[in-house]
Design a protein around this ligand. Structure first.
Ligand code: UTP
Length: 294
């Protein structure tokens, strides 16, 4: 039987503790931190929509409700804006609602934050035997072709798990995942080994993992069997490495576009600046203001 190659669903885990953002993360999960005038999660849903995926499965912590309220139409507000003749704001509201029009949202709860792999595994019950896209809730990519669509294209030809990659200055790799790879084609790599937070001697390439993937049913079989790491978590990158040890094939694709990380305060601030300084509504005034700060 031929394997399914089209991706219909995406899992977005948003149940992490976000400890690097304390104290702010005690009141708002990091997916709702703003980047210019939209929360991070909206950029991800825009990417999902442009990639042609129509079903989103969020993995949430038990108390997380905001995410559903946010992606809902607001007929009452619409009526008020019409009554008050606020045409410009009404147009903005409509264009926001278009972002998630035609997308269905559901969620599963991760009762305890036992790692990104454990979070993704919770969504298994929402899947048939089908490949699925995954995007972490704190990694966005500013690109013409959406990052998820780039991975979907690779998956169409290879049919194996695909991991999004980006290159970094080598001295930064010890804080990320280190990858040993074999180059197959422009931007395309066969992954040979993944080492979480490698020591400088273990680093064999400038590439690391971005939190976006295409997973096959086999990855879920491995996730189910996975033993928690020393930290008590099930980490997706470690599960991939186990698959590689078993001789499974996993491809990595070096994404086109600018990787905007939002996992800690400095990265988030940099991503905020990047987008604000690109935005014609704010660019000129902001640049002048930044220059004027002593
Ligand atoms: P991170 O590795 O950034 O972890 O998660 P975190 O818990 O959110 O943040 P810190 O390290 O405490 O600051 C990457 C993605 O995986 C999700 C997060 O919400 C984020 O989208 N995640 C992580 C879960 O859904 N559950 C987990 O148990 C861990």
């Amino acid at each position: 039987m031929e394997e399914q190659k089209d991706i219909k669903k995406i899992i977005i885990p948003v149940a992490g503790l976000g400890t690097r953002f304390l104290p702010l993360s005690m009141v708002t999960s990091k997916e709702f931190f703003p980047l210019v005038d939209k929360p991070i999660i909206q950029y991800i849903i825009e990417e999902v929509k442009k990639s042609g995926i129509k079903e989103v499965v969020f993995v949430t912590s038990p108390g997380q409700k905001t995410i559903f309220h946010y992606f809902q139409k607001s007929p009452e507000l619409e009526k008020t804006l019409i009554k008050r003749k606020k045409d410009k704001i009404l147009a903005e509201l409509k264009s926001f609602e278009e972002v998630f029009d035609g997308i269905s949202f559901s969620h599963v709860v991760q009762k305890t934050p036992l790692g990104d792999g454990h979070a993704i595994l919770q969504a298994a019950r929402r899947l048939e035997k089908e490949p699925v896209a995954v995007s972490f809730g704190d990694d966005i990519v500013d690109s013409e072709e959406p990052a998820i669509a780039q991975l979907m294209n690779i998956f169409k030809t290879c049919g194996t798990p695909v991991i999004a990659l980006k290159s970094l200055p080598r001295e930064k790799i010890p804080a990320y995942a280190g990858l040993t790879v074999e180059k197959i084609a422009n931007r395309l790599y066969k992954i040979k080994k993944i080492t979480e937070k490698p020591s400088p001697e273990e680093i064999t390439s400038d590439l690391t993992i971005v939190g976006k993937y295409i997973l096959t049913p086999e990855v879920f079989t491995y996730l189910k069997k996975a033993k928690p790491s020393k930290k008590g978590e099930i980490i997706l990158a470690e599960v991939f490495d186990k698959m590689l040890d078993d001789g499974k094939i996993i491809y990595g694709y070096e994404l086109k576009g600018e990787w905007l990380e939002c996992g800690d305060k400095t990265k988030w601030l940099k991503s905020f600046f990047y987008l604000a300084l690109k935005d014609p509504r704010f660019r000129d005034e902001l640049k002048q203001y930044v220059k004027s700060i002593k």
